[in-house]
Design a protein around this ligand. Structure first.
Ligand code: S2G
Ligand code: ZN
Length: 455
């Protein structure tokens, strides 16, 4: 069957078969069935410009899609939209040693950026479990965070320049890799985190960091939820961690079972903290560890003595998401300022125990930057619909606790479809009005990822 967009592409660049529409019409979420009408695979910026212009003329909705690892339904084509896949715009275009900038097409996989940076003796410091399949364009569109934010910040902090095709089909070349550029609004930051609702990210200038000294990893057993923050403070007083993660015993059990691994400590503890730090700070780390044990916050710990052991310890944290996927978890990705975490932890832990007494609760996340992943695991006996409905009843209560502490109902996974209707817990009416006005300016035909992020 012919398609209004067909004239723009070579055969094989526009597909309408059910399997392709199903596979490319979704991300990692399973709450909405994909119903894409077609999938296009542009191969150049010029093709993306023509695509958006023709889609505006034909009023065809577009869903930009990268590695399809999203967790909020931001890349789900649930209403007959055309998916714009950047799989074939996957070239690293340029590296400039003086600027320490790597210029990539949007479809370059995150891990390929990390590898190319290493080949140039540098380091791309944004890392997370899905880096082997996520794409840089999607990382920018969701301002991806991950496990090293405590030292290196988020994707936003490494975007030196951005080429974007707006919803009007205009190519915007934002900041061009400049370190300083005081010439008005920095539009690159508008598109970072925009989730494909303002335009298509087509090329990214990524800043690279100096390679860190060799790192050590320590996993410690923590007795009480709120003591994790005292442990964080103790280590941060002694050194600058490159990562400070946590996970509960439930999370550990799932990973150990799923990956047939050994627990890190002789005895189980309710919670675990995983920290990574410069090996040159080993003595300071051991002294801080001893103080946390003396204080009664930590019961035991293990330190990596090789890269292989460090990787194994990281697997205990990075393997959680995949290990719990079989339980179809209902996910909440929350953040509050570090200073407000202790009271927030008490609040939300109490609420979860009250409202989910018969559900298995799996806690983990980047507690060092205030980000908690609260995953409720589906009981065998409940259907997915019943389970999600039960969980959705509690979400507003959790979001009220987040709002009361000035936190965010989506720390790093984005809003997409799943969190869209709860935005008022984290954004004011005035802010939402400004966001809608900006979308009207950049996507007046409302064809860019309609229904995502903004209702
Ligand atoms: C993490 C990965 C996605 C998930 O492990 O830090 O962001 O499952 C998550 O929550
Ligand atoms: Zn995370």
């Amino acid at each position: 069957m012919s398609h209004p967009l067909e004239s723009l592409f070579e055969p094989g660049q526009l597909k309408q078969d059910a399997d392709t529409c199903q596979e490319w019409g979704r991300d990692w979420t399973r709450s909405h069935s994909p119903r894409a009408s077609a999938v296009v695979f542009p191969e150049s910026v010029e093709q993306v410009v023509e695509l958006v212009r023709l889609a505006v003329a034909c009023r065809i909705a577009l869903v930009p899609s990268g590695g399809r690892t999203g967790l909020s339904g931001g890349a789900v084509a649930a209403n007959g939209e055309v998916v714009v896949s950047f799989d074939r715009m996957n070239r690293i275009l340029e590296f400039d040693a003086a600027d320490r900038i790597l210029t990539c097409q949007a479809g370059v996989v995150t891990q390929a950026v990390q590898q190319r940076a290493a080949e140039h003796g540098l380091f791309y410091p944004v890392d997370f479990a899905s880096a082997g399949s996520s794409q840089i364009g999607g990382n920018v569109a969701t301002n991806a965070g991950g496990i090293k934010v405590i030292r290196y910040g988020l994707t936003r902090d490494w975007v030196a320049g951005l080429r974007v095709v707006s919803g009007k089909g205009e190519l915007l070349d934002c900041n061009r890799g400049l370190v300083k550029n005081a010439t008005g609004y920095d539009l690159r930051h508008l598109f970072v985190g925009s989730e494909g609702t303002l335009g298509c990210i087509v090329e990214v200038d990524l800043r690279l960091a100096p390679t860190p000294v060799p790192q050590s990893v320590m996993v410690v057993g923590v007795n009480r939820f709120r003591d994790i923050l005292k442990v964080l403070a103790e280590f941060q007083a002694a050194l600058a961690p490159s990562a400070f993660e946590f996970f509960s015993q439930v999370a550990l059990e799932k990973v150990v079972a799923h990956r047939n691994m050994r627990p890190p400590l002789a005895q189980p503890t309710p919670f675990y903290a995983l920290l990574e730090f410069d090996s040159t700070d080993l003595a300071a780390a051991e002294a801080a560890f001893a103080r946390t044990v003396e204080a009664g916050w930590v019961s035991d710990g293990v330190l990596s003595h090789s890269e292989a052991q460090a990787r194994d310890l990281w697997q205990l944290r990075e393997g959680i998401s995949e290990s719990i996927a079989q339980f179809l978890p209902y996910k909440n990705d929350l953040s509050v300022r570090i200073s407000r975490l202790p009271d927030f932890l008490d609040d939300v832990d109490e609420l979860v125990a009250q409202r989910y007494p018969d559900f298995e609760v799996c806690w983990y996340g980047h507690i060092g930057d205030g980000n908690l992943h609260l995953n409720i695991l589906k009981p065998e006996a409940l259907s997915i619909d019943e389970f999600y409905a039960r969980c959705a009843e509690v979400s507003p209560e959790i979001f009220r606790l987040v709002a009361a502490r000035g936190g965010s109902i989506s720390a790093e996974h984005g809003v997409g479809l799943l969190k869209r209707d709860y935005l008022e817990f984290s954004r004011s009416g005035e802010e939402l009005a400004v966001m809608a006005a900006l979308k009207q300016v950049l996507d007046p035909a409302q064809i860019m990822n309609p229904g995502k992020l903004l209702a």
